[in-house]
Design a protein around this ligand. Structure first.
Ligand code: FAD
Length: 793
């Protein structure tokens, strides 16, 4: 991972860069890895990272002059159930977008690629032709040589023993061979990464585990063939199986007996170098037996060697790529469980981010600040354990996984659970997703499932009556001081409301004009602002706020996320409900849309904001968190006569799509600008300055590359999730970002980015939904209440 970054920093022309290695290169986890580089990976952006690596590695020897043993064997993953096949179909769309080969093949084809594989129970398989495996040391040394050739430096046998912050903002890196002053430090210390971050008072959500593969004796059948078999991946054996020279190799991700799989947190000591753990065959049962069933020639060859090495697992399985929370110029490039497959791609996109302020791919799901203090040891262990065991599980849309939960809860957690609430986790918070009123559980599926009708009822309650939702997970900051207004106007593209009580939707841009954050800001007083952001953005936006503040500016920033609870009350009868429990006037004359006031509801002083993400008359009520239960009870009681209902985030997605509200992290990401996202109305160019202004103005003069579209699609029984290819005739012209079914308008809706010439309203497109091409039409206005009459009601 570190060398991958070094290579790409150097390639971008940044050569004043030094990699410090305590042993030999690769002497941590890399030297003993099995070296597989799969293309099939469930996360769209991670798949881009894998695809980049798989494109570079075969060329690396030519580029660097260093031998690389790239085996272009391709890979085959087998489907044992219809759901596995559905996932392959979804992934085939992603492959089409990203540009790697993924073909769904039948048993006959599979047998041609690997005649030794027992296909019992196999329905079909995903064949990724252009990936393979390589000797990890060869890859690492080739990138190291390439980096050196371009001017980067590497010092080996030199341990970093401490890292100190200097008053200049630089870092003093203390090593065995002397100290180094660095403007920027990147922690790429693999399984040692926690210890390195602890040197600067930080921590990481990774757990180190032991992972084993087995190498068999020589196999005559392999010796007799010219062609190598593909790397096989099989959920039945929870294993990868491949050819290693003329022998077999089986790696197991055991799903039970895993307690023994935990390595200590980090290594026992710094001296650990090129270390393997004692082999433990017992732990691999019954999976190893199943693997042998699949490839009987492996069983005949017997086991020659077992490799048991260290592997770090991050709580959600994705690497940690980006700035460390709360620190300036301290970056992370670690936490990868597939560091061979990801090393080059992670290096490529992290280098872009470090050097230019943004990467060309969406880094939201990789940014280390997706974890906070809630990711403590027990959370990380539970999650890492779960992630490891699920390596060969098909990831279902919307699937809730139990490990490490609950972590952060609102005071309403128990009460809502008793009402059937099914929660989803965001940034540790348990947030209502849907309400099971009849005890049903969600049948996870790639198609619409048994929750579809439940969500419809929740949506109708909000559109026709009134709904209540606990959104305590919102990130919340109080920003105050004499310069607060000027500060916020400088870091946001929109202008702060001029009148006290005014609310604006504002965007934090990078210098390149890309979207770094989306916040809702209420002006509470001349010098007091209330800033709200997505739950998952708590630390990112806090960093933005704190690190953007100049020393001369009188601005105080306080993260009040944990102090304040939030209830959303929305729907045509929301005013009637609220009026029963407050003396404040709620009419348009005294409480207009897009304004906020400090009022008392049910005896509780709170901030009421007339704004919401579902596009109805309604209020967000922000209150001292300890009063949540009292307020909820009062609202519920007052709402009975009006048919009040709980609703959750599934419903919110449907409702916001009907209003064409973009989502942060999906439509609004670091990959795109406000112009790309068709959000120009939220930019105030008449402000003399805001971060990203120049870049945005420049882009206005340039030819556009992509454009956000909002569309309606003739979906059959599955809706857009994001990542699906968009076609015009037979050409793939773009990608969807998110979608779902609009229950009130009875339309399947979505967003995506396409070439601008295909973005005009009325343009006919096709969306690849689970392999079916479905007709779609670009629409201009929100399908529900385009003139915001209901919001203003
Ligand atoms: C059995 C097994 C099989 C695997 N197979 C695969 C596979 O097929 N494909 C795949 O993609 N992944 C595989 N992996 C995972 C892969 O090995 C890791 O994801 C990858 O090696 C991580 O790379 P890294 O650069 O983050 O860590 P490392 O390779 O551990 O590099 C970190 C480096 O930091 C150095 N360091 C640490 N502390 C200090 C310090 N204080 N001062 C100086 N230097 C320091 C270490 O010496 C080390 O060399 C496998 C893992 C195991 C255990």
């Amino acid at each position: 991972m570190g060398v991958g970054l070094l290579y790409h920093l150097a390639e971008e022309g940044c050569t004043d860069v030094l990699l410090i290695e305590k042993g030999e290169l690769t002497s941590g986890s890399t030297w003993h890895a099995a070296g597989q580089c799969p293309s099939l990976i469930g996360d769209y952006n991670l798949a881009k990272i894998h695809a980049y690596s798989n494109n570079l590695y075969p060329r690396l020897e030519e580029l660097t002059g260093q031998y690389v043993s790239w085996h272009a064997s391709g890979s085959v993953r087998v489907a044992l159930a219809q759901e596995d096949l559905d996932w392959f179909r979804y992934m085939r769309g992603i492959a089409r977008n990203i540009g790697f080969h993924l073909e769904i093949i039948g048993i006959d084809e599979l047998k041609k690629l690997n005649p030794f594989f027992d296909t019992a129970g196999v329905l079909a398989a995903a064949w990724t032709r252009d990936d393979g495996h390589a000797d990890p040391a060869g890859l690492c040394n080739a990138m190291a040589r390439g980096a050196r050739n371009m001017g980067a430096k590497i010092v080996k046998h030199n341990r970093v023993t401490d890292i100190r912050a200097l008053p200049s903002g630089e870092w003093e890196v203390v090593t065995e061979k002397g100290n180094v002053i660095a403007e920027i430090v990147v922690n790429a210390a693999g399984c040692f990464a926690r210890q390195i971050s602890q040197m600067v008072g930080s921590d990481l959500p990774i757990s180190n585990m032991q992972h084993q593969y087995v190498v068999t004796g020589p196999i005559q059948e392999f010796a007799d063939r010219d062609e190598e078999i593909p790397v096989m991946r099989d959920p039945y054996a929870s294993a990868y199986l491949r050819q290693e020279q003329k022998s077999g190799l089986i790696g197991i991700y055991e799903q039970e007996n895993m307690a023994a799989a935990w390595a200590p947190k980090g290594y026992p000591n710094w001296e650990s170098d090129s270390e393997l753990f004692p082999e433990n065959l017992e732990r691999l049962m019954p999976w190893l037996g199943r693997a042998m069933e699949r490839m009987p020639i492996f069983e005949e060859a017997g086991i020659k060697r077992i490799v048991n090495g260290a592997i770090s697992h991050c709580a959600d399985g994705n690497p940690l790529l980006g700035p460390a929370a709360g620190l300036k110029n301290f970056w992370l490039c670690c936490g990868s469980s597939f560091g061979i497959a990801q090393g080059a791609g992670c290096g490529k996109y992290l280098a872009q981010w470090m050097l230019y302020g943004d990467s060309e791919i969406n880094m939201t799901g990789l940014d280390p600040r997706r974890f906070g203090a809630f990711a403590n040891d027990s959370y990380m262990d539970a999650k890492g354990f779960q992630d490891y065991g699920r390596t060969y599980f098909t990831p279902f849309p919307g699937e809730e996984l139990p490990a490490g939960r609950p972590s952060r809860t609102s005071p309403l957690y128990e009460k809502l659970a008793q009402q059937g609430c099914v929660f989803t986790e965001t940034f540790g918070w348990e947030r209502p997703k849907w309400f099971s009123l009849d005890g049903r559980e969600e049948d996870y599926s790639f198609s619409r499932n048994n929750v579809f009708e439940v969500v419809r009822e929740e949506c109708l309650a909000v559109r026709e009556r009134v709904g209540v939702l606990d959104l305590t997970g919102f990130s919340k900051y109080d920003v105050s001081g004499a310069d607060a207004e000027a500060f916020l106007n400088r870091i946001c593209a929109n202008r702060m409301a001029r009148k006290n009580g005014g609310i604006v939707l504002a965007h934090i841009l990078s210098e390149l004009g890309r979207i770094a954050g989306e916040v809702t800001i209420t002006r509470l007083a001349d010098d007091r602002f209330y800033v709200l952001s997505a739950a998952g953005a708590e630390l990112r936006d806090l960093d933005h706020l704190l690190q953007s503040r100049n020393e001369s500016e009188q601005v105080e920033i306080e993260n009040v996320t944990d102090n304040r609870g939030v209830l959303v009350l929305a729907g045509p009868r929301s005013r009637d409900v609220l009026a029963k429990i407050t003396d404040s006037s709620l009419g348009n004359g005294s409480f207009r849309w897009l304004s906020g006031q400090e009022i008392t509801v049910a005896g509780i002083p709170l901030r009421a904001l007339r704004v919401n993400y579902v596009g109805e008359l309604g209020w967000e009520l922000h209150l001292p968190i300890e009063e949540m239960e009292a307020l909820y009870d009062a609202i519920w009681e007052a709402g009975r006569d009006f048919g009040i209902a709980n609703f959750g985030l599934y419903a919110v997605n449907s409702l916001r799509l009907e209003k064409a509200y973009r989502g942060w992290g999906v439509e609004l990401t670091n990959e795109v600008t406000m112009l790309d996202a068709d959000m120009e109305r939220f930019i105030k160019f008449d402000k003399e300055h805001f971060v990203g202004r120049e870049a945005t103005l420049k882009q206005r003069e340039q030819e556009r590359v992509m454009q956000l579209i909002y569309f309606e699609v003739d979906a059959l029984d599955s809706d857009v999730r994001g990542g699906e290819p968009i076609f015009v005739r037979n050409n793939c012209t773009g990608v969807t970002t998110s979608g779902g079914y609009g229950h009130f308008v009875k339309k399947s809706l979505g967003f995506g980015y396409v070439e601008p010439r295909h973005a005009n309203p009325g343009t006919e497109l096709q969306i690849g939904l689970l392999g079916e091409r479905c007709r779609a039409v670009v629409i201009r206005d929100p399908v529900h209440d385009p003139s915001n009459e209901r919001l203003r009601a």
